[in-house]
Design a protein around this ligand. Structure first.
Ligand code: 5CA
Length: 450
């Protein structure tokens, strides 16, 4: 992408309305724009990161055996009357009436609709287990939308739903999602700790929230610090096998949100040196709710014994848009964002220090073509801005690498390669710089950008 042809409205000043660093940086880096309280437009740079996050979520869900579908954002009120949640949900639900005076709502979550789809097509234990997920916009008319994407009113969620014949099967489905969540957050470069949690309006009796520790988080959390050192399961983990040992290892150290915190247990089980009491950002939550929806909505299957029984369900949410905020909270410095390579909007910024100078332009064009041919997404700064402004902008938007090309270096056949995470700058030959860049993105060839 040529910056001169792009839309990247960066801001020099800190916007007054943003209270947390991730919100400030997203506005300053020209990633999002507020259109109404808690409702944002995705500018091109922000959308690229959102798509990268979605891709990781999809890959890990698919690997764990979940199947993607897509449900509408608008739902009939009558569907929610079946589960009894239409009135119970309260003011957070955005209720809409169409021209035929039909009552609709903008979905805050989808248990009812996915249960309705399931019961329409599945009637035998042979079709189970089944896990259906989508990545779809949700609306919750939050009392206090704040911190940008962290607590929006319209936000993007991955929501998945499992269907099993009995509680033991549902526990296995829950375990598969637990492991998939460990992997997908780790791939985004963040540490999300599974913590025991309340089930709230979703209902049910077993739940974990996946929490990224951060002072600016909305939830108070308590955990044994050693949970941060546990190994993430490999990509080739056998999802059909017994995952209970992994779950046991991850749930053995104390980790709980404020709502279910047990001070006596915390003090008994965690030695003082390992006690962590801080705040955190909830980037995902998983629930086992048994027959909470299948009984009122009559989602039954016939078991191997011929008996007709309500299915046991669970649901699994990831805050896809919230993750942008969480990743930035965990990865930034005084100059701006520091994107982990897996979610960066571009692989590198190619900085032309003297746009208009024939030789520098030619060298940049050649590099631009060569790096793109190698599968890397390049943002070429071909604007007329001063060098200082170009550097500051690149630091602000946080691409992992900056490849800086100027006439003086070219005199001796050299370019400069800067690594954003540690600020390290190296003078390299053009070939050596290309090699470093290509080697740092080993998977790009398999995953051409959308
Ligand atoms: N039905 C279940 C999961 S399928 C559910 O709705 N779970 S939830 O309420 O916990 O939401 C799932 C995830 O969405 C949360 O973990 C959080 O990361 C994200 N989320 C929830 N509310 C908001 C919001 N107002 N703004 C941004 N993200 C949100």
């Amino acid at each position: 992408m040529r910056l001169s042809r792009y839309l990247l409205p960066t801001l020099k000043e800190n916007p007054a309305e943003a209270q947390v660093v991730s919100h400030r940086l997203m506005l300053r880096a020209g990633m999002i724009r507020q259109e109404a309280a808690g409702i944002y437009a995705w500018l091109p740079l922000g959308l690229r990161v959102l798509r990268k996050i979605e891709r990781i979520v999809r890959e890990e869900m698919d690997r764990a055996g979940a199947i993607e579908l897509l449900m509408p954002t608008l739902q009939l009120a009558d569907l929610w009357r079946e589960s009894g949640r239409y009135d119970a949900y309260g003011a957070e639900m955005l209720r809409i009436t169409d021209r035929h005076k039909r009552e609709l709502l903008y979905g805050p979550t989808n248990e009812e609709m996915v249960t309705e789809i399931f019961r329409s097509y599945v009637s035998s234990w042979r079709s189970l287990p089944l896990n259906l997920y989508q990545v779809q916009w949700k609306f919750r008319d939050e009392q206090r939308p704040r911190f940008g994407l962290m607590r929006g009113r319209e936000f993007l969620m991955k929501d998945g739903y499992s269907f099993d014949l009995d509680e033991a099967g549902a526990q296995r489905s829950y375990n598969r999602m637990f492991v998939a969540y460990l992997r997908l957050f780790a791939r985004m470069g963040i540490k999300a700790i599974p913590m025991r949690a309340e089930t709230g309006p979703i209902g049910g009796d077993l739940s974990h929230e996946f929490i990224v520790l951060a002072q600016t988080g909305e939830s108070a959390v308590y955990c044994d610090g050693r949970v941060l050192e546990l190994p993430i399961p490999d990509a080739d983990i056998d999802y059909a096998g017994d995952l209970q040992p992994v779950i046991d290892a991850w749930t053995a150290p104390y980790a709980a949100t404020e709502d279910v915190h047990d001070t006596a247990r915390f003090e008994r089980d965690v030695t003082p040196g390992h006690r962590v009491h801080t705040r955190g950002i909830e980037v995902g939550q998983i629930f086992y709710f048994g027959t909470r929806y299948s009984v009122p909505m009559k989602a039954n299957v016939t078991g191997a014994d011929g008996m007709n029984v309500p299915i046991h369900g669970g649901c699994y949410g990831v805050g896809v848009s919230r993750l942008l905020g969480a990743i930035i909270e965990a990865s930034h410095d005084e100059h701006g964002i520091v994107w982990p390579a897996s979610v960066t909007p571009f692989a590198l910024g190619l900085v032309n220090l003297k746009s208009g100078d024939v030789r520098t332009d030619e060298a940049c064009e050649a590099l631009y073509a060569q790096l793109q041919a190698a599968g890397l997404d390049v943002l070429l700064d071909d604007t007329d801005d001063r060098a200082g402004a170009k550097f500051a902008r690149m630091d602000l938007i946080g691409l992992p690498w900056q490849l800086i090309v100027g006439p003086r270096g070219l005199d001796v056949g050299m370019v400069e390669l800067k690594q954003r995470s540690n600020g390290e700058r190296r003078e390299l030959s053009i070939e050596a710089a290309v090699q470093v860049l290509v080697a740092s993105y080993p998977n790009e060839k398999d995953h051409p950008h959308e």
